[in-house]
Design a protein around this ligand. Sequence first.
Ligand SMILES: *[C@@H]1O[C@H](CO)[C@@H](O)[C@H](O)[C@H]1NC(C)=O
Ligand SMILES: *[C@@H]1O[C@H](CO)[C@@H](O)[C@H](O)[C@H]1NC(C)=O
Ligand SMILES: *[C@@H]1O[C@H](CO)[C@@H](O)[C@H](O)[C@H]1NC(C)=O
Length: 506
Amino acid sequence: MAIGTRRLILVALSVNVLFIVFMAVQQHKYISDSSFSVSGRQVEQQHQKEPASHSPESVRQRVTVIIRDFESFDNAVVETIRELYTVLNGTKVIIVGDTVPYPPLQVDKKWDVEIVSLNPNLMHNYSSSRPVHMIKTKHVLVLPDTAKVKHWKHLQTAIIALGSKGRFRAVAIGVGTEQLKCMSMDVDLKRWQMTLGLANDSSDHCDMWTGDQALFMLTEDFHSLAEPFARPFAQAFYIQAKLRQWRVRYFKRYQMARVKDLYSEPHNKWKHKRLEEERLSSFYKHWGIKAVVHSDGKTDYYGCTKTTPRCFGTIIDDMPEYLYEGKWTPPCCLKALRETTRHVFSILEKEKVRYWLEGGSLLGAARNEDIILWDYDVDVGIYREDIEKSPHLKDAKVGSYVDEEGFVWEKATEGEFFRVQYSEDNHLHVDLHPFYSKDGTMTKDTWFKTHRQDTEFPERFLKPLTKISFVGIMASAPNNVREFLEFKFGKGVIEQSRFPNFKRVQ
Ligand SMILES: *[C@@H]1O[C@H](CO)[C@@H](O)[C@H](O)[C@H]1NC(C)=O
Ligand SMILES: *[C@@H]1O[C@H](CO)[C@@H](O)[C@H](O)[C@H]1NC(C)=O
Ligand SMILES: *[C@@H]1O[C@H](CO)[C@@H](O)[C@H](O)[C@H]1NC(C)=O
């Protein structure tokens, strides 16, 4: 290698080193959050693209503020913007309401503020009620009502943090005196379920920061949310972020102040709380989260109840609609089915009706002592001759009736069998199929073409009946469960778990 070339490389190297040192110093200036780090190269890119990024003006040009979380009946939106303008005068603000806020917000005409209603107006075009199209800046700051940005440099730091794309997709800044709390979150859309847990703050692995907060992110990320304007904003955002495997950085030291305290009137406080719960519940329902398991182990259900219809439609080809969406039976339905099953079994036992788990229900019991996660009813066989012993079944034979606990007993319209429904409104059900013995073979009068397991079988499986653990109780079952199931479904059925018509969903 020629001396000249070597010298050139040395010079190039020294320039590089000097540059890195320079960048490190620059970086240090903006970033006072000590645990925060970005590599010199990333900062360099930021600076080359946007040379004057260290002034309030440059921050103003990069950020659109969105105010979504406020109540029209009690808010400080105007004061919030006034305070924002003392730090970042002229920043574009979009106030997003479900409807046009009433009473109207007294926004200063000189401010760059737009008020958008998500409720479409027939006189306006499609984009008018979709404010994502109005964001022209690279970043958005979603600011809750009353939050006060303390210094423009805090946003500057957030811009740099998000510039090093990949690690963090949003920055959270707490509002008020309380620090945000770290939670773990698991969202399982297949099971319609979300599980929350308290997590370790210092571990840096928070799926959700809880508490009043502002969220700062790239506009392109904001645009990629399924529902960017859902409320309460933070909760809805963290669920969507989790499903996208985004991480959110909490800027602990930049806590925002409050412009003023809201809801001093108890009635307003109550109203706000109730509305927040309604919003969250409608977000869950809309996006298919029907059970939320809290960190204390309690579960809230957001699905069907005794007074609502079953949450899926008529079943065609033994394949409920949710299977086509890659989902399993909603947890509230499984819960209702378990409840109905326990109720029915206790009555059959009291009335001395010999019964046994059939088909998919027995399969579920053999696999994991429960209803199969995508099954939608419970099937039971009974001895036809025992019907006369049971007041419940005898009554059901002559007409549908509601028992003392609200379950509906009836003779099915589809054939010679009984159906017990969860309630008059909710038609989740347990089916009771009467069999009789004919020369040692158990047979019946109604068969289901779509159920290949619906066949005759030797009576020896019922002599004697045995017990198997199912939905939290000991239920009656054929003896030799494995042999019985393999007789009906084929060999190895307990081990290979498949949807009924699994080929249709592949
Ligand atoms: C803020 O900006 C407006 C115009 O955008 C200007 O009229 C006003 O004087 C500015 N206020 C301050 C305090 O800079
Ligand atoms: C929709 O309406 C807004 C406001 O009236 C207007 O600025 C925008 O250009 C319109 N968009 C289209 C696609 O017509
Ligand atoms: C949190 O994590 C840190 C380090 O990972 C550990 O030292 C600390 O004991 C943990 N705290 C709790 C409450 O688990």
